[in-house]
Design a protein around this ligand. Structure first.
Ligand SMILES: CC1=C(CCC(=O)O)c2cc3nc(cc4[nH]c(cc5[nH]c(cc1n2)c(C)c5CCC(=O)O)c(CCC(=O)O)c4C)C(CCC(=O)O)=C3C
Ligand SMILES: [Fe+2]
Length: 374
């Protein structure tokens, strides 16, 4: 067996959110996303407008096609014989169809890469519930679907941290030279209900902000440190939130990025680099909430601001995915591979324990210690 074997896995599944690909897709897509989630009608209409502003097309599917192609090429180049599939929660190709195809292709053990780098209900358990729902459909159809496992969170893997660092350095270089050294690093991620944040991750880390906030703070500190190593300047930084949804009386993580930019300006800040640390590609939350809304706020304020890149299909991110796949495969074979991670939190768990990122209403979830499918 060569070092590059993914054995016992016989397939990798890229599992993502999905997005509309034309104006006629926007409303059905939003219905898929929000089914049973109690999002106010006004919020949905507003979010629909964000998509219409971009011709009804979310960039997320194209980004995933690029990532898929890059992962396939990288695995082939490194002699890893592992077919890669793609399925989404909210739009075609739908997860159930992809799992049906995997089953038809005879795949028996699938490793899942979800396009979210952090622990949270939306970014982790909800994908595990989607897997369980799809597996149940296939069983109902009389099929014998494969076993599924999920890769650990990659927020502190060098494959994520290195391209993000380079993106911040490039963004700093775009700022006028006279404000560059004084620029604030504004790390931004998706807001979630505080109750969901507090229970994110394994039960032993539940508490204020939970694993969701702790992992983002860890990534932000590591990135700030890396930038300081490169520039000699330790920029002031904060973690802020964007894309709040849900009814107004339910508390979500704050401060909001636009309010934060206003406060920074009022406090005399020279400039800001918005770092989309919570996202792995330039999807609608990045294009609208940051590049459209937050940059407009900065312009109104007269605060020089730029947005740094997401990892997208950066070759280092893609190589990091391969390393994570080979690491997990080795672990499943009973070996003790090096588990790369930068920063004090260390590598996160391979298997979500019981009670990890619990749902408001308990539902079956695959690829975790409480999975009914093992
Ligand atoms: C933590 C998190 C991530 C990051 C992790 C990850 O990447 O998975 C994320 C990603 C994304 N969220 C996305 C889109 C939407 N999210 C919504 C609603 C919500 N997101 C939530 C959380 C998250 N979301 C939550 C707690 C809700 C409230 C309703 C609920 O509890 O489900 C809504 C409904 C309208 C609205 O209220 O905004 C939409 C349209 C897209 C696709 C973008 C595109 O099309 O390019 C992506 C990648
Ligand atoms: Fe979302």
């Amino acid at each position: 067996m060569s070092d590059a074997t993914a054995d016992p896995y016989d397939a990798l599944l890229l599992l993502s959110f999905g997005g509309p690909e034309g104006p006629e897709d926007v409303v059905p897509f939003l219905e898929n996303v929000t089914r049973g989630r109690g999002i106010p009608r006004e919020r949905l209409e507003e979010v629909g407008q964000h998509y219409f502003l971009f011709g009804g097309v979310s960039p997320i599917n194209e980004q995933n096609r690029e990532l898929l192609a890059a992962i396939r090429a990288d695995l082939a180049e490194h002699g890893v014989d592992l077919p890669v599939y793609w399925g989404n929660r909210n739009w075609a190709p739908y997860l159930t169809d992809t799992l049906r195809e995997l089953t038809a292709d005879g795949r028996r053990r699938v490793l899942v890469l979800a396009t979210s780098a952090y622990a949270s209900y939306s970014g982790c358990r909800q994908y595990r519930e989607n897997l369980a729902e799809s597996l149940a459909v296939l069983v109902e159809e009389g099929l014998n679907p494969p076993r599924v496992d999920k890769l650990r969170h990659c927020f502190n893997h060098p494959g994520f941290v290195e391209p993000m660092t380079e993106g911040i350095l490039a963004a700093l270089a775009e700022l006028p030279e006279e404000v560059r050294a004084d620029a604030q690093l504004v790390f931004t991620t998706h807001s979630i209900p505080t109750a969901a944040a507090d229970t994110s991750g394994p039960p032993e880390v539940h508490g204020e902000g939970g694993a969701y906030v702790a992992q983002h703070l860890d990534a932000a500190r590591t990135l700030t440190e890396r930038v300081a190593e490169a520039t000699g300047t330790r920029h002031p930084w904060q973690l802020v939130y964007q894309s709040r949804s849900g009814p107004p009386h339910i508390p979500w993580l704050e401060p909001d990025i636009c309010d934060h930019l206003t406060a920074l300006h009022a406090g005399g800040a020279a400039a800001a680099v918005m770092v989309p640390v919570g996202f792995v590609s330039d999807h609608m939350e990045v294009l609208y909430d940051l590049d459209t809304e937050a940059l407009a706020r900065a312009r109104e304020l007269g605060l020089p601001a730029v947005r740094s890149a997401t990892v997208g299909a950066d070759p280092r991110f893609v190589a990091g995915i391969r390393e994570l796949v080979l690491e997990r495969a080795a672990t499943e074979r009973g070996a003790e591979p090096v588990r790369c991670a930068l920063g004090p939190l260390g590598p996160s768990h391979d298997l979500c324990p019981v009670g990890c990122c619990p749902a408001r209403t308990a539902k079956p979830a695959a690829a975790g210690a409480d999975s009914p499918y093992v």
